[in-house]
Ligand binder design. Sequence first.
Ligand code: AHM
Ligand code: MG
Length: 321
Amino acid sequence: MEQERLHPEATGDLSNLLYDICLAAKIIARNVRRAGLTDILGGTTTVNVSGDLQQKLDLVANETVRNSLQHTGRICVMASEEDEAPIPVPANVPAGKYVVLYDPLDGSSNIDVNVSIGTIFSIYRRVSPEGTPGKLADCLQEGLRQVVAGYILYGSSTMLVYTTGNGVHGFTLDPTIGEFLLSHAHIRTPEVGKYYSVNESNWNKWTPATQRVVGAFKNGDGAMKGKTARYIGSLVADFHRNLISGGVFLYPGDRKVPQGKLRLLYEAAPLAFIVEQAGGAATDGSRRILEIAPQELHQHTPLVIGSRSDVEFATARMAAE
Ligand code: AHM
Ligand code: MG
């Protein structure tokens, strides 16, 4: 509402789109909270386009987001990490002016073991003519063109964190009234982090440059003190901890998979918009994540994200290679 007041010409579509996403988040949170009690735990036998085994709750979350958005008339097309192609709006629904990209349930290997997971979303204005069906080109925009990016963390509490380009704000779900309440206004991330977060079991697959960067975070290097390791294996949870407490998260490419595991449009770009708005930085080792022009919907990218001085350190060391 505060953002809307700054733009008297606004139609309210964007605020309503955020409400639609909040509704999906509450439904997913309800399912996550009851996951051990209902028959929705465990894997399916299907794999998504990146080859990951899909979890039942992945599919439930995917449908929940889609169903919450597709009939609203506010969007022209969507894309999900779990669906191969862009998702059109139903034929009987007018095409709106926004595009939503989302990872419905990130960190899904952690669902069955009661560890924090999250939903990530990203909103763009369409580039195709209004009134026509949305297209792939509407989804393939560089991160700098995002109008909103956010995530919902299903942790010890459920939190929504988002930016519209005017700082980062966090809201905590009060389950007794079913509403997200502003709990973390104007989040700023520390300039230097105390944590480094990376799956170090991949060490032997990394390039020497990546090994040196991670080694420096672990052991210290010149003026930079060594950091403590924290790695959950749920991007939203790892990112959120580092955002609040300061830290750097890395998912580098390796010799076999140079583009790494994470996806540019559903994971890297939205978190990059958030971290920059909180004073941090995000690169793929050489390029600012927000300036990468996507070529494909499910494009992967290496990711170094978090406290500004740590990300700059990693980028400089990788460039020196
Ligand atoms: P997902 O979208 O299939 O859940 O995969 C992404 C997850 C991230 O949450 C996390 O950062 C990463 O995969 C962990 O990967 P790894 O198990 O290789 O460390
Ligand atoms: Mg994911």
